[in-house]
Design a protein around this ligand. Structure first.
Ligand SMILES: Nc1ncnc2c1ncn2[C@@H]1O[C@H](COP(=O)(O)OP(=O)(O)OP(=O)(O)O)[C@@H](O)[C@H]1O
Length: 260
């Protein structure tokens, strides 16, 4: 079908400067439907800047980002009306923040956190919203009896799982993730990664995930883009890049991090 012919997202010559400082420089890549792309690199390499520009949370200095809408039409995101962009962010996209408090409403119930997104796509039936919210809580391993609790009463891992449920309930086609396992204990991280991997595969989601953790990239992504000082140093299939890195910088990164 025409709607699935091209890439879901095309980034071309994307540059972001903060005054004289380079955030990211002349970046181009495509993301295909159902593909998981990991953006990796050390702190300060420009990963978050790039993610925020692509997701239109931050204005780029130059370049274009084209997104294939649900009707199959490619649209330049930087030329979209603000209201339309916000609608996209609330429905067809998800954004999972490192700190769940940035992606949740901490003072409304877990059920309302999930239900709100359903209302944004036009659901009005209270019973159905609550049923879908309960179902999603169980998919992210939160017991139904916690549905009326506020996320501030949840542990860090539960909050992150709730943030994921809130993002995925509208069946988005593209989810941005910024260090989704970043602030968690190692054992909690492992469980969350497992859960994420299952959901991404079940839902056929396209994901752009920023992480400095190559083990996270290894587990979740199909393709990796390695960044340094705002530039893309190397890109390729995840296993190839991690098992046989070509660029000296990637070799260094892989040997320093994956060696145990
Ligand atoms: N608001 C800002 N104002 C000025 N410079 C910024 C700003 N945000 C980021 N930078 C600079 O842009 C460059 C890229 O930063 P960015 O936060 O995108 O990197 P990162 O790879 O995401 O790092 P981290 O993993 O630490 O978040 C850095 O040199 C940083 O100092």
């Amino acid at each position: 079908m025409a709607a699935h012919d091209g890439p879901l997202l095309s980034v071309r010559d994307l540059t972001k400067r903060y005054g004289q400082r380079i955030g990211c420089d002349d970046i181009s890549f495509d993301v295909w439907p159902g593909e998981v792309l990991a953006i990796v690199g050390e702190s300060g390499s420009g990963k978050t800047t790039l993610l925020n520009c692509i997701s239109t949370r931050l204005p780029a200095t130059s370049g274009t980002v084209t997104y294939q809408m649900r009707d199959g039409q490619p649209r330049n995101l930087f030329e979209m009306e603000e209201a339309e962009r916000r609608h996209l962010l609330r429905t067809d996209w998800g954004f999972v923040h490192q700190n769940p408090a940035d992606g949740l409403r901490m003072t409304v119930s877990a059920g309302a956190n999930v239900g709100e997104r359903l209302m944004a796509v036009g659901n009005r039936h209270y019973g159905q919203i609550r049923e879908t919210a309960t179902d999603w809580l169980s998919r992210v391993e939160i017991m139904a009896e916690r549905i009326d609790d506020q996320p501030r009463a949840f542990s860090g891992g539960m909050r992150q799982r709730l943030q994921i449920a809130r993002n995925l309930v509208t069946a988005p086609r593209l989810v941005f993730m910024d260090e989704p396992t970043g602030g968690l204990d190692v054992s909690v991280q492992a469980r969350l990664l497992d859960l994420l991997r299952g959901l991404v595969a079940d839902l056929g989601l396209a994901v752009i995930i920023v992480t400095h953790d190559l083990a996270v990239a290894r587990l979740l992504s199909d393709r990796i883009m390695v960044m340094k000082d705002g530039h893309v140093i190397e890109t390729g299939l995840t296993d190839r890049v991690l098992d046989d890195p070509q660029a000296p910088y990637t070799q260094l990164l892989v040997s320093s991090i994956l060696q145990v």
